[in-house]
Ligand binder design. Structure first.
Ligand code: FMN
Ligand code: SF4
Ligand code: SF4
Length: 260
């Protein structure tokens, strides 16, 4: 029987939930975390290869783009390549960016789907309150996407917008060191959850409080999963709500992210 792969990146659990839901719907599917895996070569007989990640600044998370650029994909024109991009509202250039990355490897992106989910960038705004409503809607919206994937439906990917591309590169230049603006309050109990949920091992807990190592992806997992709300960005997030996907707790995210 042919195998299936899903590469995912996830900060607050939305994309892990999507990757897991698709994998349950498709026999013989393995899910691989793009933030922490160091395996880049996949040999074998594959039916489909999927990419599930959150849209960051109208493009791919840097860790996902970097991982995909290193992938050595099987030489088989019959593999069905698809992507599900989760976002708060705007996909921008994310499909086109993935398409380009795959084309550099001789692979063609067959199907791209946008899935609106809860928008989690707490650093920029106070997040919405209606988590249940948004989650129920995205759960429903995922059903026809999974059907399309099952039926190997194909669609076209649009061209890049140059203004959004400029914005993406501007943000990406500083993204890894934005953690220099993180601070940890006296409420920290040194529980280590932030260390465990970070998808790119950017946190060390050598002293009593976490240290950030400046290869941050801004995924917000540490800020959002900290049970004490002890991690903040400058003085901006102290009074803002926190969000994590209601179906993905910190243990599940951590175990899945560290599984490769
Ligand atoms: C750094 C950052 C940048 C983001 N940029 C966008 C964006 O450009 N467009 C958008 O619609 N959502 C944006 N979002 C929201 C996420 O794409 C969305 O909440 C996603 O479902 C989170 O997935 P996760 O829970 O798997 O991390 C951004 C979130 C973060 C953390
Ligand atoms: S998750 Fe919060 S309380 Fe736990 S070690 Fe990290 S900052 Fe401290
Ligand atoms: S340090 Fe925090 S925001 Fe940065 S990648 Fe790790 S968990 Fe995400």
């Amino acid at each position: 029987m042919k195998k299936n792969l899903i590469f995912y990146f996830s900060g607050t659990g939305n994309c892990l939930k999507v990757a897991k839901t698709i994998s349950k719907n498709k026999e013989n599917t393995e899910i691989i975390p793009m933030g922490s895996s160091h395996i880049y070569e996949f040999d074998g007989d594959y039916e489909s290869i999927g990419f599930v990640y959150p849209v960051y600044f109208a493009g791919l998370p840097a860790a996902a783009a970097d991982y995909i650029s290193k992938l050595v994909l099987p030489k088989d024109d019959n593999i069905y390549y698809y992507t599900v991009n989760t976002c708060g509202s705007i996909i921008g250039n994310a499909f086109a960016q993935l398409k380009e990355l795959l084309e550099q490897k001789g692979a063609h992106l067959d199907y791209s789907a946008k899935l609106k989910m809860f928008s989690n960038y707490v650093v920029m705004y106070n997040m919405k309150e209606n988590v249940k409503e948004i989650t129920e809607k995205s759960d429903k919206d995922l059903i026809p996407i999974m059907e399309n994937i099952k039926n190997k439906y194909k669609n076209k990917t649009g061209k890049k917008n140059s203004l959004l591309e400029w914005w993406y590169h501007k943000e990406m230049k500083v993204i890894h060191t934005k953690d220099q603006h993180f601070n940890v309050s006296e409420n920290c109990t040194s529980c280590g959850i932030c260390v465990k949920v970070c998808p790119v091992d950017n946190i060390k807990l050598e002293g009593k409080k976490p240290d950030f190592l400046h290869h941050c992806e801004q995924c917000t997992a540490c800020i959002q999963y900290c049970p004490e709300k002890a991690i903040n960005f400058k003085n901006k997030t102290q009074n803002r709500r926190r969000y994590t996907n209601p179906d993905i707790n910190w243990k599940e995210l951590s175990e899945s992210n560290k599984s490769y």
